[in-house]
Design a protein around this ligand. Sequence first.
Ligand SMILES: C[S@@+](CC[C@H](N)C(=O)[O-])C[C@H]1O[C@@H](n2cnc3c(N)ncnc32)[C@H](O)[C@@H]1O
Length: 265
Amino acid sequence: MSLKIKEQKLRKFAKSVIDNPKYKKEIKYILSKLNLKEEEVIQAYVNYNLDVYSYGNEIYESLALRVTLYVHYLLKGSFHQERQQIMLDMIEEINPKTIVDVGFGAPTKYVKYLLKNKKSKLTLVDMYDSALKFSEVLLDYLDPSWKEIVSLKKFNMNSRKYIGNFDVYIFQDSIEHVNHATKYMSMTVKNAPKDSYFLISLPIMADIRGHTISWKTFKEAKEWLNKCGLKINSSKNVDINSKIDLFAEQLDKFHNLMVSCSKND
Ligand SMILES: C[S@@+](CC[C@H](N)C(=O)[O-])C[C@H]1O[C@@H](n2cnc3c(N)ncnc32)[C@H](O)[C@@H]1O
């Protein structure tokens, strides 16, 4: 597909969410509170998907990018929809009291579920202010009493610090962004409470600039998790929708491995 066609399609996808009557009011509210223009979000959507080799971790600094991540989560037919449902199912099954989501990106479907069911306390953690700023606005819109359930925390995994004790640790497509990923995951697992769970998604793909580690096969990814001290209780493979998830067009292959794990010992 030519870059021009790809860009046209990407613009159309972003616009389809922004103009969707289901989300229109919400997105208008977010844009006005964050002082962003619709075009900035559409351009960020294009930049994020057009050439995945062209940027590193710094892309996540942008506020428009955070809205863009959220637009991905809402886009009909995108692989993010399946990932979000699997994560929600895994959380429902465990029914934990406390959850931390490290490198959370933007609030996904399970956050909306927790706001309604109010049974778990959730800490959303990311290294960039943009994630926290965007989430504050979205959560204000979704539920003015969100602070009873959700805390937002700025935290950089590169600090090598332990994030603290929780019943559930979520790392969704985030551990590959930290320096010394194996050491960081092993240290977190080692310190975590005995009966805690780890809900993790890993991209199975080639190396790109923003990632510090890669897994080329499901087998390799599962062996890595074992090496970090985790026992896999259940796993699901999620594939992209090649008509919608155009970021993967450049890649030889892309899959998402989603696992629910407990500690090995
Ligand atoms: C690919 S996005 C994944 C977002 C979301 N978890 C998802 O699955 O859609 C990676 C996220 O990790 C965050 N991140 C990257 N490096 C980090 C670090 N060293 N510490 C904390 N968060 C980090 C980024 O800001 C971004 O939100």
